[in-house]
Design a protein around this ligand. Structure first.
Ligand code: 3HC
Length: 323
């Protein structure tokens, strides 16, 4: 219901809309009770809702390794990380609810395919080294994308991001620590780490969204300071910061065109395969069906808990009304 983007994202030209844009341009925070263009509200519901879905679906590829972690310490760290992601989803669903949308609506849109979650979570986690690559590259990319969102114009979203970014840094460090351990380990462990790097590098680049020329929402989202940087700016920042980390690990980035460009002051790198990207977000990735089946089962299995809580709340409200 909330996934359909508004017919036009262009803000209307009413005096309220002009006053609203002046607040945005002045760097003010917009709060739930403030006037906002309907298109701004729906854009936020779309982005925050899909962000929340990504956090929850993102638990699945890592949850897959909790029972198979190589040591009790690694199991405890991975367990803590997966629990954090549930909390991130909670903060973000709560932020979305301040815009007048219910979690049930958002979940219905996810399960029906009308709303998305990050493409990265449609790739399988085949070895323990993938836990390192996910923490290092996926959470590393998420940090790159989320740190600027602490300054986003919508107050509840910005405040949720402050808490999330603090925890995300632990996620990235524990992943890098796994990769360091394996790269300093046996030749077989090093090969496993390189294989994980090879499989997660381009899907991690896709997390930043399509290239700017193909981004549907960027221009308007940046005008409303929902988005602070463009997709390509953040992707470039991620590459520039990650290449030296890969070199320190002794891992080769699977891109023969990757090279430092002194003139630009950045790395030149190969773009991801955008056909693959659009195929995955259309539902044809390696794990899309598995992820949605798991989410649908969790939603159905949890129905009795939701019904019990609602019945209790209604009974309590009834009692209060009768007093
Ligand atoms: N996966 C799935 N869909 C994607 C995508 C991706 N990696 N990148 C873009 N898209 C979708 C957009 O949602 C949009 O589709 P829609 O109209 O149906 O919503 C379409 O592709 C066009 O992309 P745009 O660039 O025009 O869309 P946005 O301006 O919304 O930019 C975004 C996409 C950069 C992901 C932006 O929405 C954003 O910054 N979102 C907040 C951060 C977020 O959601 N990160 C996802 C990962 S969270 C995570 O990894 C958890 C961590 O703990 C591991």
């Amino acid at each position: 219901m909330y996934a359909q983007m508004v017919t036009s994202e262009a803000a209307d030209d009413s005096p309220e809309a002009r006053a609203f844009q002046a607040r945005i341009d002045a760097g003010e925070k917009i709060e739930p009770k403030d006037w906002m263009p309907e298109a701004y509200r729906r854009t936020l519901i779309r982005q925050i809702g899909q962000h929340a879905h990504s956090e929850i679906v993102g638990q699945l590829p890592e949850g897959n390794w909790i029972t198979r972690a190589p040591t009790l310490e690694r199991k405890a760290i991975l367990l803590a990380k997966v629990q954090d992601e549930a909390g991130h989803g909670l903060y973000l669903y709560c932020a979305a609810e301040t815009l007048g949308v219910s979690r049930d609506d958002l979940t219905e849109d996810l399960l029906s395919g009308r709303m998305k979650y990050s493409s990265i979570f449609n790739y399988p986690t085949l070895t323990w080294a993938d836990m390192g690559a996910v923490g290092w590259l996926v959470d590393g990319a998420a940090i790159m994308n989320q740190v600027p969102l602490q300054r986003t114009s919508y107050g509840p979203y910005a405040r949720a991001m402050v808490r999330i970014c603090k925890e995300e840094s632990f996620h990235q460090r524990q992943g890098y620590d796994i990769m360091l351990k394996m790269c300093r380990g046996t030749p077989a462990q090093k090969r496993m780490a390189q294989d994980a790097m090879n499989r997660f590098w381009y899907p991690a680049l896709m997390m930043f969204g399509p290239s700017d020329k193909d981004s549907v929402h960027s221009a308007q989202s940046m005008a409303w300071r929902i988005k602070i940087n463009t997709n390509d700016e953040l992707r470039q920042k991620f590459v520039d910061e990650t290449v030296p980390q890969a070199e320190f690990l002794g891992l080769a980035i699977p891109d023969t065109d990757l090279r430092w460009n002194e003139e630009r002051g950045h790395y030149d790198f190969s773009e991801p395969d955008w056909t693959e990207f659009y195929d995955v977000i259309k539902g044809n990735g390696p794990c899309n069906v598995e992820r949605m089946t798991a989410r649908r089962k969790a939603w159905d299995d949890g129905a009795w808990v939701r019904e019990g809580l609602l019945a209790h709340a209604r009974k309590k409200a009834g009692k209060v009304a009768a007093e």
